[in-house]
Design a protein around this ligand. Structure first.
Ligand SMILES: O=P(O)(O)OC[C@H]1O[C@](O)(CO)[C@@H](O)[C@@H]1O
Length: 409
């Protein structure tokens, strides 16, 4: 029922009743970041995928058709025989130009169509094959990972609060390990990390996770860690999870993974098991951490969960009841990475000084975002920080050189 305004007795206008949420980011015109993802990143990715695996002619033709559609055509639904295609049947964007649909939806649907082209869900020889596995495997085997794992041996020499900070920052900056993003960076590689964070709520994060809290005799609770990329990001996420368990900050950790390959390097259960192998196959402290993580999976303190909504083209404000319940019952939910950030605050044109707590007010429990900045969306900046960033390098929002830790308690 429309209530009359208290001041005037008239019915409020749409603008007065509308929530103060800004418009969603659409793919838009050439020159925008979103458009560059569709025009440049996705075609380049199709080419990389095609070269990485010897796909048969039918698969290759399907890749050609997808490339044609995203560059010249309109959004076409999945084929009628596509397994699971019913989940996408009622979307409102079919027949529209890719440029005219919401960015978050367009990216998600692109990845779903890529998997359909490669028969990922179709019973047969290619069922379940991860088209991104060659890239993920190469990255996980790399010598940079050796160095990161060896660095764990230095951890015990640090004071406890420095250990906390080191592992938190390692998980945060691990978010640069995103193969889709690296495709755009090209041969120039990733720019140097900027010292300092654009927002650093890490004290609030540790307060929420404090092992012993007055008035809470039940001890530590559950932490939900919503993973982002596999390999060099997931490894420090797992090390952080083990640290939370070992230091009594968490009785259990629920690691939310993707149920199927997504956004090039997003972590699945297969990727998690590969990381555990990489840890236990190392030496020193990394191997010991790997063994403890294996034990934690075995005794139910580290729970691997892959909810279908993790690959949905929607913000978390539309999450289903069972996922909401999981987050609601956690001491803290930690959202890793850029895409989770977009889905957490909503992929919208937020003024950058909108409080993070306001954009995430719907979230059912305490939530933290650990993210390097790789898209236009950001909230929670002070006016001074925003002015300073805008006065500096043009691409601070998208270059992955800046990072933040935000908490809504
Ligand atoms: O792996 P992340 O941190 O979620 O980043 C995903 C990347 O893909 C994008 O969604 C664009 O393709 C950006 O938001 C970001 O660069």
């Amino acid at each position: 029922m429309t209530r009359p305004s208290q001041d005037t007795g008239r019915a409020p206008t749409d603008a007065e009743t509308a929530p103060s949420t800004p418009a969603p980011v659409v793919v838009g015109t050439p020159g925008s970041f979103a458009r560059s993802v569709l025009d440049e990143r996705h075609p380049a990715l199709i080419e990389r995928v095609r070269r990485a695996t010897p796909y048969p002619p039918g698969h290759r033709r399907a890749l050609d058709a997808l490339l044609d559609e995203i560059t010249k055509g309109t959004v076409e639904p999945l084929g009628p025989a596509e397994p699971g295609g019913n989940l996408w049947r009622d979307e409102p964007y079919y027949g529209q130009r890719w440029a005219d649909v919401p960015f978050l939806w367009a990216e998600s649907f692109f990845y779903r169509k890529l998997l359909a082209a490669l028969r990922h869900f179709t019973p047969g020889a290619w069922l379940g094959i991860d088209p991104f596995a060659p890239f993920k495997n190469a990255e996980l085997a790399g010598s940079e990972v050796d160095d990161e794992l060896a660095a764990l041996d230095r951890l015990p020499h640090l004071a406890p609060d420095e250990q906390d900070r080191t592992l938190l920052l390692s998980s945060l900056w691990g978010n640069r390990a995103d193969l889709g993003f690296q495709l755009s960076a090209g041969e120039a590689g990733l720019g140097d990390r900027v010292q300092g964070l654009v927002v650093d709520d890490s004290d609030a994060l540790w307060d929420i996770l404090a092992a012993e809290k007055p008035g809470e005799p039940d001890g530590p609770g559950k932490v939900c860690l919503v993973a982002d990329n596999a390999g060099p990001e997931l490894l420090p996420d797992l090390v952080l999870a083990e640290h939370l368990l070992a230091t009594g900050r968490a009785a259990s950790v629920v690691l939310h993974l993707k149920p199927y390959p997504y956004y090039v390097s997003d972590a699945t259960t297969t990727d998690t098991l590969a990381c555990l192998d990489r840890l236990t196959g190392a030496s020193g402290r990394a191997a010991a951490v790997g063994e403890r993580l294996r034990d934690a999976v075995g005794d139910g303190r580290l729970i691997l969960r892959s909810h279908p909504f993790s690959c949905a083209p929607h913000s978390y404000d539309r999450m289903p009841a069972d996922l909401r319940e999981d987050f609601a019952s956690a001491t803290l939910t930690v959202m890793k990475g850029d895409l989770n950030y977009r889905r957490l605050v909503g992929d919208r044109h937020w003024p950058a000084t909108t409080p993070f707590t306001e954009a995430t007010a719907y979230f059912p429990g305490p939530v933290a975002a650990l993210r390097t900045l790789k898209c236009d969306v950001v909230t929670g900046l002070t006016h001074a920080t925003l002015a300073e960033l805008d006065a500096g390098t043009e691409s601070w929002r998208t270059s992955g050189t800046h990072a933040l830790i935000q908490v809504s308690p």
